[in-house]
Design a protein around this ligand. Sequence first.
Ligand code: GLU
Length: 310
Amino acid sequence: MTRPPAGYRGRFAPSPTGPLHAGSLVAALASWLDARAHHGAWRVRIEDVDLGRCVPGADREILRQLAALGLVGDAEPVWQSAHGERYQQALDHLVSASLAYPCACTRKDIAQALAAQGWAHERHVERPYPGTCRPELGGLRGRPGRAWRLHVPACLRATHTPSPLVWHDRRLGPQAQDVADTVGDFVLRRADGLWAYQLAVVVDDADQGITHVVRGADLTDNTPRQILLQRALGLPTPQYLHTPLVLGTDGEKLSKQHGAPALDVSAPLTALNTAAQVLGLPAQHGPLDQALATWTGHWAQTWAVPHRPA
Ligand code: GLU
């Protein structure tokens, strides 16, 4: 197999909380097509940091499903659970730059602090962390540290990032988020010792040299947090494209938590045609590799032309 050019590197990064479903296939197919259309490399990264949500065997099942659909990486997949040391190095770097701090607050402490600031508790509404354990406000005050948080205002200052943080999505266009006001000092390492998605994804995208992230639109509002972390760690920012979501009959995003059925890959083209339709690609009826090649051509015309290497 010839090595893809150094330029483009994409990835599909499923959490092994269950098998692939019709929604996750859209992100998988889009990221694979984007890599092919750029003549780039594509990798699969199993995001198994949230051990409590991982289902034993789901990683192998996802890889089996992808292989049955013809979506195979250019290198062996990697597992985030093997990268703890790299996440620790990144956290140490942030702490030594005074951009992250330990937090002793329980959920109850946070609710009380928010109430004291006049925020009424609302179900399903998560308010930004009130900043109780910020070093300049007194820090842990003798309490044991539980989690580690990013000091968002300090990061914005240190990286000269104006607020709102403005970024570009290749499908959705210009985006903006006031990270301090909407999410606040977010968690990097959880009270249970597990690494938070935001830190793990940023470290791995950089370590793997990912230049283009193509993933579901449910993650769009995570992107400004990740860009801020990249800047705080001195890492490059990939280009982003967030794909349309597949909605269930109840109008909710199709997800494993909402009981989306496992993708049936016994008829690969049927499954792929459903995902292709969500991406605005025409239905294909030929052999699998021919269908994928035809979609790659369509994709290149729609999304990849400005980025194609000379
Ligand atoms: N692991 C995440 C998920 O399955 C995707 C992360 C990403 O693509 O950045 O929802």
